[in-house]
Design a protein around this ligand. Structure first.
Ligand code: I3S
Length: 130
C-alpha cells in the first residue's frame, strides 16, 4: 500500500513537447491547426499548453507564461494510431475523449511518440479499472 493518496487512481506522469491539433469538438469536425505544445500528463489529465512563442509581443510578465490551451480527461478516452487518411505526417496518434472531442498528437521522433503512446494507454486502462 502506497502512502501516496493518488496512487490508487494513477501515478503515471510525463511532460514534453509534442505537435498537436484538435480535429473535432463534441463530435463536430474542426479545421486542423497543428502547433507545438508543452504537453503534461498528471492525474489522468493530459494538458496541452500554448506555446509562449505565439503569444502577443510586449507582454513580458505573467500573461506571457505558459498557459493551458486544452485539457483532456483520459478517463473513458480511446487512443489509436491514426490512419494515413487522418494525416500525412508520421507517428500520429488519435486521441478521442468520452465527449467526442478528438486530437491528433505527433512527434517526428519515434521514441518520443512510443513513450507517449504507452503512458497514455496505460493511464486510460488504469482509469477504466478505477
Ligand atoms: O487534413 P488536411 O486538410 O490535409 O490537413 C492539413 C491542413 O490542416 C493544412 O493546413 P491548411 O488547411 O491551412 O492547408 C496543414 O498545413 C497540414 O499540416 C494538414 O495536413 P497533415 O497531413 O499535415 O495533418
Amino acid at each position: 500500500q502506497s502512502a501516496d493518496s493518488h496512487s490508487h487512481h494513477t501515478s503515471l506522469e510525463k511532460a514534453g513537447i509534442l505537435n498537436k491539433t484538435k480535429v473535432a469538438e463534441n463530435g463536430k469536425r474542426l479545421r486542423k491547426n497543428w502547433a507545438q505544445s508543452w504537453t503534461v500528463l498528471h492525474d489522468g489529465i493530459l494538458t496541452f499548453h500554448k506555446d509562449p512563442k505565439y503569444t502577443p509581443a510586449g507582454m513580458a510578465t505573467k500573461s506571457n507564461q505558459i498557459v493551458p490551451e486544452f485539457t483532456v480527461e483520459l478517463k473513458g478516452a480511446t487512443l489509436l494510431w491514426a490512419s494515413k487518411e487522418k494525416s500525412s505526417k508520421k507517428n500520429v496518434l488519435e486521441l478521442k475523449t468520452r465527449q467526442g472531442t478528438e486530437y491528433l498528437i505527433q512527434s517526428d521522433t519515434d521514441s518520443i511518440i512510443l513513450d507517449w503512446h504507452k503512458i497514455v494507454l496505460d493511464t486510460i486502462r488504469q482509469l477504466d479499472h478505477s
